[in-house]
Design a protein around this ligand. Structure first.
Ligand code: ATP
Ligand code: MG
Length: 257
């Protein structure tokens, strides 16, 4: 992969749920070290786009390329599905997702949660994974919570555990879907700090967020989705500072209220 090959590239993606066309031809690319934020009103297709990127959702048209490698499909249109299950697993494990609701296993300790996928999905050595898991939990500031269960942690701590779990897969990119929106404001800040640290380290990330300050602070590229199409995109200075689209102006003024 040359430096000019994006880690993740989406070309002309279309996705419908039955009669509802949610994505109507969307192009996105994230190069190594890019932090791309997806913003837009509720129902504009942000989560759908993110879920299509790591193949949690099927799409009906368009291409998805991981480090230049196109996903191979079988069938077309509504019958289109990824052809190669191994390719799906490989790509999905390289695009680790962090969800709004953390999605930790309640019956496993935090350490076990972080270790689970690298051991079971990637088949990595248990002891090596444990050492890494402890390092990542330390990195997100909850190294002392390894033996606790999720219910014993605050929301902010649980989300940081979910970020450690994503990092422990050592993915090429991290995909965040509203990582702070289930949190109280002060817990939100703990998670935002971790995301900022990851951005400063040069991690490749795509972040769906309603937090315009977070988008402006961490992203080098912001995409405003409107009704399944990219209405405006560019640097934070351009998109937030010099907004062109009246729809985006309206959206931004509604988020400032
Ligand atoms: N599994 C599904 N089945 C049917 N329709 C769905 C499904 N998931 C999402 N949708 C619809 O697709 C549209 C886009 O949803 P999506 O979750 O991508 O929006 P979003 O931009 O993430 O919104 P929010 O900001 O509220 O999270 C919505 O109209 C939603 O109702
Ligand atoms: Mg969403």
């Amino acid at each position: 992969m040359s430096d000019s090959t994006p880690v993740l590239e989406i070309r002309g993606l279309h996705k419908s749920y039955g009669d509802l066309e949610v994505l109507k031809g969307v192009d996105v690319s994230a190069h190594r070290g890019d932090v791309v934020s997806l913003i837009g009103s509720s129902g504009s297709g942000k989560s759908t786009l993110l879920r299509c990127c790591n193949l949690l959702e099927d799409s009906q048209q368009g291409e998805i390329l991981f480090k230049g490698e196109p996903i191979t499909w079988r069938g077309s249109g509504v019958n289109r599905v990824p052809k190669d299950a191994k390719q799906v697993t490989r790509i999905r494990t390289n695009l680790s997702m962090v969800f709004q609701q953390f999605n930790l296993w309640s019956h496993m300790t935090i350490l076990e949660n972080v270790m689970e996928a690298p051991v079971t999905v990637l088949g990595r050595d248990q002891q090596e994974v444990e050492d890494k898991a402890r390092q990542y939990l330390e990195k997100v500031g909850i190294g002392d919570k390894c033996d606790f269960y999720p219910a014993q942690l605050s929301g902010g701590q649980q989300q940081r555990a979910a970020i450690a779990r994503a990092l422990c897969m050592e993915p090429e990119a991290l995909l965040f879907d509203e990582p702070t929106s289930a949190l109280d404001p002060e817990l939100e800040q703990e998670v935002i700090k971790v995301i900022k640290d990851l951005a400063a380290e040069g991690r490749t990330m795509m972040i769906v967020t309603h937090d315009m300050k977070l988008a402006a602070d961490v992203s080098n590229h912001i995409i405003f989705l409107h009704k399944g199409l990219i209405e405006e995109e560019g640097s934070p200075d351009a998109v937030i500072g010099n907004t062109v689209s009246p729809r985006l102006q309206q959206f931004l003024s509604s988020t400032r209220q």
